[in-house]
Design a protein around this ligand. Structure first.
Ligand code: HEC
Ligand code: HEC
Length: 316
């Protein structure tokens, strides 16, 4: 009996140590980078950031949809406070304004790149993937430098938001380390040289900053988007019905032209004289700010996707 108890204690200790080791941000960096402990390479400091490009990426990224304080006319005040619902609990989206204490005003560019590409905070904790870094990780360092420079031009907002309301075991941040090992590939966007420049721009905007698949896909039990179901629609991650299929299948945007998609991303109007609302309404408020060429590029890319049959909600 005594022996069994000691064996169980040893197993528990080893299990605990294993969990601790595997969930450290360093483990993620080492395992993902194939054994080389590569520090986050600093951005080229001789290149002045392009604030205008940063503005475009900011709107492509839809940061205001989650980070601007709800019910406030000026969407550029990123004081946070939106209560983002998920199957794992409610997240209170933080202040990312350039306020030095309450926001991210004291961050270095490398802190920002690490947050966006690896989901790691300056004090070494994991972020929850409700912050869609599984998409933002595709963004290039230069683009993140430009985005950060633009965000520094926004007003500093005071105030902290409440802690997330997550039940056990989701309240253990460390556990996100396991999620990352399974689902965060750490790859930046790689252009396809056989495709046009505009197609590649569209692929980058849709899969990277635009994070379109984060809503338009089904997710597995761990809350990660399922590769084979990307863009085919799925249940709304915040639990408000379903999100439509945006692949060119008859159950999706099969009958749409590039011009139809550009109109949708500019005004929110669909070809059948409807207007998108809710979460897509906020997306359109952002894509409306992009140069026309970027909306065209996104449309070109979406229409080139392999058609997939759309998600069907289970009958109640
Ligand atoms: C779908 C909602 C959503 C969108 C869109 C979003 N974020 Fe966030 N973001 C979050 C949540 C939730 C957190 C908190 C994560 C945590 O606590 O682990 C967060 C955290 C952050 C943090 C860390 C802040 C801190 O205090 O540590 C930064 C930086 C950030 N987001 C930047 C951005 C940028 C830049 C964009 C746009 C390109 C963006 N986010 C878009 C939901 C979102
Ligand atoms: C926050 C979740 C969310 C994100 C992010 C999102 N969408 Fe949507 N999208 C929706 C919802 C919900 C609808 C349905 C809206 C409605 O019918 O009112 C929708 C509708 C659409 C439609 C219309 C489809 C149809 O059949 O009517 C298109 C096209 C579309 N989205 C493209 C995009 C693109 C491109 C992106 C990335 C830039 C994107 N969406 C990002 C939630 C989202």
């Amino acid at each position: 009996m005594k022996r069994i108890v000691s064996i169980l204690i040893i197993i528990a200790i080893l299990g605990g140590l294993g969990f601790w080791a595997l969930t450290s941000p360093m483990a993620y960096t080492i395992i993902r980078k194939g054994g080389t402990r590569e520090p986050v390479a600093p951005v080229d400091s001789t290149r002045a950031p392009d604030v205008e490009k940063g503005r475009v990426l900011f709107f492509a990224g839809g940061c205001t949809s989650c980070h601007s304080t709800p019910n406030q006319d000026d969407k550029l005040r990123l004081g946070g406070g939106y209560a983002l619902k998920s199957p794992f609990g409610t997240f209170h989206v933080p202040n990312i304004s350039p306020h030095p204490q309450d926001g991210i005003g004291a961050w270095s560019i490398n802190d920002f790149i690490r947050a966006m590409r690896e989901g790691v905070s300056p004090d070494g904790g994991h972020y929850y993937p409700a912050f869609p870094y599984a998409s933002y990780q595709r963004m290039s360092r230069e683009d993140l430098g430009d985005l950060f420079a633009f965000m520094k031009t926004l007003p500093a907002v005071e105030g902290h938001v409440p802690d997330h309301e997550l039940p056990f075991p989701f309240n253990i941040r460390r556990g996100v380390g396991l999620w990352k090992l399974a689902f965060l590939d750490g790859q930046a966007f790689a252009p396809d040289p056989s495709k046009s420049e505009s197609w590649n721009r569209g692929a980058y905007l849709v899969n990277g900053p635009g994070h379109c698949a984060e809503c338009h896909s089904e997710r597995n039990l761990a809350g990660a988007t399922i590769d084979g179901r990307r863009f085919a629609g799925g249940p709304d991650p915040e639990g408000r019905g379903t999100v439509p299929n945006i692949t060119p299948d008859p159950s999706g945007i099969g009958g749409w032209t590039e011009a139809d998609l550009v109109t949708l991303l500019t005004t929110g109007e669909t070809p059948n004289f409807d207007t998108v609302g809710g979460p897509m309404g906020s997306v359109v408020r952002n894509t409306a700010q992009l140069p026309e060429g970027d909306r065209k590029a996104m449309a070109e890319y979406l229409l080139s996707l392999p058609p997939k049959e759309g998600y069907k909600a289970p009958k109640p």
